[in-house]
Design a protein around this ligand. Structure first.
Ligand SMILES: [Fe+2]
Ligand SMILES: [Fe+2]
Length: 339
């Protein structure tokens, strides 16, 4: 093999080694989620060792190399067996998710969220807190939400499972729009956001997790999917324009929408308690995301989602208040990780 080829091969082989060094056990993960173990890139270590042998020029016998190769094949087989026979898509870029295990040693089953993104909901939050609309813009926001509730009540009535699933498709939009616009503003003005980009994107992600949970319980029909498509097209653009024009009103509207969401989930709980809605076991995704006990039920899930909505209510009314005081969001530290 020519020197050039060897050098290129060495460079390719070396890159994953750095990955390996920092991913074997991460103190950051352990700090926030004790017991979580992150392992991975063993194949990359083997690859590096292979290249190191090649470059060392040692007189390794053919038999020893064959034995080494045999061991590697065995390792691969074991790895595939661990994954339940599932063969991973091979990647030229060396991208592979590290193996993550829980405290009890079982493998983490979700790719869409990681153990350090899960939390225990603070369900002691005051659910009755309300921002009384006194000034014109607040009244506009309040009555807009009250008006929007009329067609929602007519369409869904007391079908709270379906109602929650459909409304979560809308609820996850404002955080994403606000976060995106603050992100662009930060780039345009060469300035920090005070953590508000992260806080709003966290809210969007949290709302999307509500949807991922609800969709495990209620399967959307074709016409409901069509409705979501139409509503998203209108709502995304309307909220985008509103946020550009007045973030104060935009956040106030979301604050009132969250107050309505708390009311809807309270009614949902009443129907579960009365037996009108069956208290089925909680979906696995909800158990892991909110760190619920294994025997958690729908009632537990609705209770933690309602607490999330109360936190969103606080964040959005707070954001609106900052604007009301003539300040920018970045002037007040964002409530990152406020659950
Ligand atoms: Fe939600
Ligand atoms: Fe919410």
């Amino acid at each position: 093999m020519s020197r050039g080829l060897l050098a290129r091969a060495l460079l390719r082989g070396r890159l994953p080694v750095d990955h390996c060094r920092c991913q074997v056990t991460s103190p950051l993960y352990s700090r926030y989620y004790p017991g979580v173990v992150v392992r991975g890139f063993d194949a990359d270590v083997a690859k590096f060792r292979g290249w190191r042998r090649l470059m060392s020029g040692s007189s390794t016998s053919a038999a020893a190399t064959a034995a080494e190769e045999g061991k590697k094949e065995e390792g691969k087989k074991e790895e595939e067996e661990e994954k339940g026979g599932e063969v991973a898509v091979s990647s030229y870029w060396g991208i592979r998710r590290p193996k993550i295990t829980r405290e009890d040693g079982t493998e983490w089953r979700w790719n869409c969220f990681m153990p350090w993104e899960t939390y225990q909901s603070n369900i002691s939050i005051d659910l009755k807190k309300h921002h009384p609309p006194r000034i014109f813009t607040d009244k506009f926001a309040y009555y807009t939400v009250k008006f929007l509730r009329v067609p929602t009540d007519i369409f869904f009535q007391r079908r709270y499972g379906c109602r929650a699933m459909m409304l979560e498709t809308v609820a996850a939009v404002p955080g994403m729009v606000g976060g995106m616009l603050l992100h662009l503003r930060s780039l345009r003005r060469f300035e920090h956001s005070g953590g508000w980009i992260k806080a709003l994107l966290e809210e969007a992600e949290n709302e999307r997790m509500h949807l991922m949970t609800m969709v495990e319980l209620v399967k959307p029909k074709w016409y409901e999917r069509l409705l979501v498509l139409a509503v998203q097209g209108v709502f995304f653009n309307a909220y985008f324009v509103l946020y550009l024009a007045s973030p104060k009103i935009a956040h106030r509207i979301v604050g009132y929408l969250e107050e309505e969401a708390i009311h809807s989930y309270t009614e949902f709980l009443k129907d579960i308690n009365s037996g009108a809605i069956e208290n089925v076991p909680a979906p696995a995704i909800a158990i892991d995301y909110w760190r619920l006990p294994n025997d958690a039920t729908l009632k537990d899930v609705v209770t933690v989602i309602r607490a999330d909505e109360a936190h969103h209510r606080d964040v959005n009314h707070f954001a609106s208040d900052i604007h009301y005081q003539g300040k920018e969001l970045k002037e007040s530290p964002a409530p990152i990780g406020y659950h």
